[in-house]
Design a protein around this ligand. Structure first.
Ligand code: ABU
Length: 494
């Protein structure tokens, strides 16, 4: 294949990449049009068997460049258009052109974030962006450290790892048998990654105590207090509380100041999982919902969610002194982190992490921040929350839909059931619940087959399957919200 670095192949390389750009631009222009489908669904066996000449199989012989262009077109064709204004399925959606340019540049630079030696600009950018985010949490210049992580689950894992190290540094060398049986606390609506962290770190999922929430999905502080007391009575060692700012399903914000009071009283590490809700700090109108976050020990905040940065872009921010991150994970591999380098080796941030290689996730965010300023992020976030209020107001006045909770959404999550004709006159109770549980999956299946829009559903606690609509794409307009409801009614009609 005559592409760079083959001598004399500049023109062929330019031509090939220009063709790729043409394919991507055609995709993007279609993506935002309402006449374009969100997806062209096929079952796994159909995709594996191959469709209209598109095969996933690899061969021994090389393909020519023309065929590779066809492969690229087909890959996009059979994928899901998560940037489409009618995609409501996930917390991360949309397609930001500046962010995309950032991702292209990142791949072109193709470097690794472990040392300053090979990523001088990106390492310093990371410092600048993390500092800015920590300022927004309300932390002073003297405190704070952070790291970009491969997703919120890993950020949450780091928070537990650091908290455990803070209380029991000996665990690094001597293992779990050297320390007491630990107890962690998080709400029953929190993200499953907190329990996963306990499993991964040998703390055990049984030692994660799930604190009761109110109807709205917020942790009840009194329940946290009694859960800590009962763990102590049982001989456990409470050390960590994860509060949530923007729960995954309800979009609820735990009362951070009340939780901080309890953590201070008991000397516990307070983590805030603001993977979803952190973006609201950008909005003067909505940041009040995170009041008390400045008192946390650590925070997860994913710009790839509410801030619309292309996947992946997630952070862990730690309030304790800078060295904690380093001490906890540092192993000083001599082939990479030589102490006698001629520059300030505190910028070899790779030794803070449990990874070795680390993707450059900062550049696209830095570039978007340059392009939009805080004001740009603020207006796109406000718009998403306005869309949620618009949907909520519509649902309040409908008899064919039922809200899962009656209060105004705090985030952009709106949770609701659709009641087909046959269920409307049934009294609430077991019989109706049994039938209602089957409604959302049936509608979703038809929705995916037709491909015009996409929304998620789930059960939660004692609530049977309900739809969760989330807004994180500022391309979505009110007409798209209207379309979603019409589509649910059309597909759910019985
Ligand atoms: N917690 C990862 C994102 C989940 C969601 O998009 O629904």
């Amino acid at each position: 294949m005559d592409l760079l670095p083959t001598e004399g192949s500049e023109e062929a390389s330019r031509h090939f990449l220009q063709e790729i750009v043409n394919i991507l631009l055609a995709y993007m222009c279609k993506l935002f049009k309402r006449s374009t489908k969100v997806l062209d669904f096929h079952h796994p066996h159909q995709l594996k068997e191959g469709l209209e000449g598109f095969t996933l199989e690899l061969s021994d012989q090389p393909e020519n460049l023309e065929q590779l262009l066809v492969d690229c077109r087909d890959t996009l064709k059979y994928g899901v258009k998560t940037g489409h204004p009618r995609f409501f399925n996930q917390l991360s959606s949309g397609l930001d052109i500046i962010g995309l340019a950032g991702e292209w540049l990142t791949s072109t630079a193709n470097t690794n974030m472990f040392t300053y030696e090979i990523s001088p600009v990106f390492i310093l950018m990371e410092e600048v962006v993390l500092r800015k985010m920590m300022d927004m949490l309300g932390w002073s210049n003297e405190e704070g450290d952070g790291i970009f992580c491969p997703g919120g689950t890993v950020s949450n894992l780091y928070s537990v790892l650091l908290a455990r190290y803070h209380f029991f540094p000996e665990v690094k060398s001597r293992g779990m048998s050297a320390i007491p049986r630990l107890a962690m606390f998080t709400s029953s609506h929190s993200h499953y990654s907190i329990q996963k962290s306990a499993a991964v770190l040998g703390i055990g999922t049984e030692n994660v105590l799930l604190v009761k929430c109110d109807e709205r999905g917020k942790m009840i502080p009194g329940e946290l207090e009694s859960s800590i007391a009962s763990a102590k009575d049982r001989g456990l060692y409470p050390f960590y509380v994860s509060a949530t700012a923007g729960t995954t399903v309800y979009g609820a914000f735990d009362p951070l100041n009340d939780i901080a009071d309890i953590c201070e009283r008991h000397g516990l590490w307070m983590h805030v999982d603001a993977a979803w809700g952190g973006g609201l700090l950008m909005s003067k109108r909505h940041r009040v919902k995170l009041q008390g976050i400045d008192r946390s020990s650590s925070v997860t905040w994913n710009p790839h969610k509410m801030m619309g940065v292309p996947l992946q872009c997630a952070t862990l921010l730690v309030r304790k002194k800078v060295s904690l991150n380093f001490e906890c994970n540092q192993l000083c591999a001599e082939y990479l982190f030589q102490p006698d380098k001629h520059y300030d080796t505190s910028y070899d941030t790779g030794d803070k992490t449990i990874q070795c290689g680390r993707h450059v996730d900062v550049f696209k965010l830095w570039l978007m921040w340059k392009a939009k300023g805080m004001e740009g992020f603020e207006s796109q976030i406000n718009k998403c929350l306005e869309n949620a209020e618009y949907l909520f107001d519509k649902l309040k006045n409908r008899t064919d839909f039922l809200l899962v909770f009656e209060s105004k959404p705090e985030h952009s999550n709106v949770c609701f059931w659709y009641l087909p004709h046959s269920l409307r006159n049934l009294p609430p109770g077991c019989e109706r619940d049994k039938k209602l549980h089957a409604v959302a999956p049936k509608i979703k299946a038809k929705m995916m087959e037709e491909g015009l829009t996409m929304i998620g559903y789930q059960p939660l606690g004692n609530k049977v399957n309900f739809f969760r609509c989330v807004f994180s794409n500022s391309a979505t307009q009110r007409e798209d919200v209207d379309f979603l409801l019409d589509e649910i009614v059309r597909l759910g009609h019985d």
